[in-house]
Design a protein. Structure first.
Length: 448
């Protein structure tokens, strides 16, 4: 995306202010729709509307699909449902139209659908809205070129030309049988190299890589990465071709999922943006902060039970941050490895036992190294007293516990169909703080 300088943005604002459509179109004519969408962040709704309405309908629809969800909702709220149907949806691919419709409530969807003149397009949108948005069916579009395996080459070429008139980008030509089941992909090269072949089935590439409508987005993304795909066909439960997914749609969806997981791992319970209002951001952050507060109070209760020991040996308190911080870091590292493995498909619940053993082994090495280094430091500083031994022994136990706990939690959440990204955030840190404090104080008081 282009990074606009202040001079350019100033010219755009000036053209909008004096309502000079010609100058504004000249400023925007060489920009990609995504770049025009990028300008909206520096504008108010009136300026955004002015730009939107001077664009060609096809460009305006592309710009709308590139906008941030909140900006898109605000712009749509200033348009009639009839205008949305005839000026926006009409010029969008079905997958983009469905994404836009998902932002609206059911009543608004029905009203917009009633104004769509193309009955076939409206039917496709209704069908796609039935799929879960986090599955292949919810991500696919229906714009594609489809030929029958029994067509002759001249017939195939004629049909391809007719179908291509309504499609902006052609990635693949899909081959179906008489029952609409996907049977292959027709290489465009064959039109040149094999123009006299009697049937499409003679030159098609059989058994193409495809996904079913209920395939989770994570698995779809893994297939795109694994096989270096640009587009992939989608079939129903009995193998009939129903749509296709393109790599740009997958990238957009994966980015959304990654942003959500990152926020979960940071202790943010809702999908928020930096531009969201104070109340929305507060509501998203406060739940985990309250849980963290409860964890802190729990630690204070634990320390209160050992008040006499702390008063008699104040040096014990010096190592509380070390115990808590180390346990939290180790737990987050272990859980992050597991969450990443679950996300990219390199780890499954079937081999969770192997992963647990591996993390325990890594934890054993890390615990040994860390506790040994701390033991040497304390030995030089304080001598071989009980506190020197208790700190090192506590560190060893805490690191081992955090390694195993940080592995088990995301695996358990995955088995329960809960987003395991939760495990990489405050949940692990708070738990390790409390357990680590109990281990440290218990061992220390026992030795003293």
């Amino acid at each position: 995306m282009i990074r606009f300088n202040e001079e350019y943005i100033s010219k755009v604002h000036e053209a909008i202010h004096i309502q000079d459509k010609q100058v504004l179109l000249e400023l925007l004519q060489d920009l990609h729709p995504a770049d025009i969408a990028g300008l909206y962040s520096s504008m108010n709704i009136d300026e955004a509307e002015f730009i939107y309405h001077i664009l060609q309908p096809e460009v305006a629809a592309d710009v709308l699909s590139e906008l941030d969800e909140d900006d898109r909702k605000e712009l749509l709220s200033h348009m009639s449902k009839e205008a949305i149907a005839q000026n926006v949806i009409r010029n969008m691919d079905t997958d983009d139209a469905v994404e836009l419709m998902r932002d609206l409530d059911e009543h608004e969807q029905e009203e917009i659908l009633s104004h769509i003149e193309d009955i076939e397009q409206a039917g496709d949108i209704v069908d796609l809205l039935k799929y879960d948005e986090d599955t292949a069916g919810g991500l696919m579009g229906t714009e594609m070129i489809v030929v029958n395996e029994n067509w002759s080459m001249p017939e195939c070429i004629k049909e391809m030309r007719e179908q291509a008139e309504d499609i902006d980008e052609i990635y693949n030509v899909y081959v179906i049988d008489d029952d609409s089941r996907l049977v292959g992909i027709f290489p465009l090269k064959s039109m040149i190299t094999s123009p006299s072949v009697s049937k499409v089935k003679k030159v098609m590439r059989k058994e193409p890589i495809s996904v079913k409508t209920d395939t989770p987005i994570d698995d779809v993304a893994n297939d795109f990465e694994k096989y270096n795909l640009i587009a992939m066909p989608v079939v129903d439960s009995i193998g009939r071709l129903v749509g296709r997914i393109t790599v740009d749609d997958v990238m957009d969806k994966v980015r959304e999922i990654n942003e959500k997981d990152y926020q979960l791992a940071s202790g943010i319970s809702q999908d928020v943006e930096s531009s969201d209002n104070v109340l929305l951001q507060t509501g998203a952050r406060l739940p985990w902060l309250l849980i963290g507060m409860i964890g802190g109070l729990g630690n204070s209760v634990i320390l209160g039970n050992f008040e006499a020991g702390l008063a008699a040996n104040p040096v014990i308190a010096l190592f509380i941050p070390l115990i808590g911080g180390t346990g939290g870091n180790v737990g987050i590292q272990s859980s992050a490895i597991v969450v990443q493995g679950l996300a990219n498909g390199t780890l499954s619940l079937k081999n969770s036992g192997v992963q647990l053993l591996k993390e325990a082994s890594v934890g054993l090495i890390n615990a040994s190294m860390i506790s040994l280094l701390v033991f040497i430091y304390n030995w030089v500083r304080m001598g071989g007293n009980e506190i020197t031994i208790s700190v090192s022994l506590s560190l060893f136990c805490v690191v081992m516990f955090a390694s195993i706990f940080g592995t088990i939690v995301p695996l358990t959440l995955e088995r329960l169909k809960i987003d395991p990204a939760i495990a990489t955030g405050p949940f692990i840190t708070i738990t390790n703080d409390i357990i680590g404090m109990m281990i440290y104080m218990g061992i220390t008081m026992y030795l003293l």
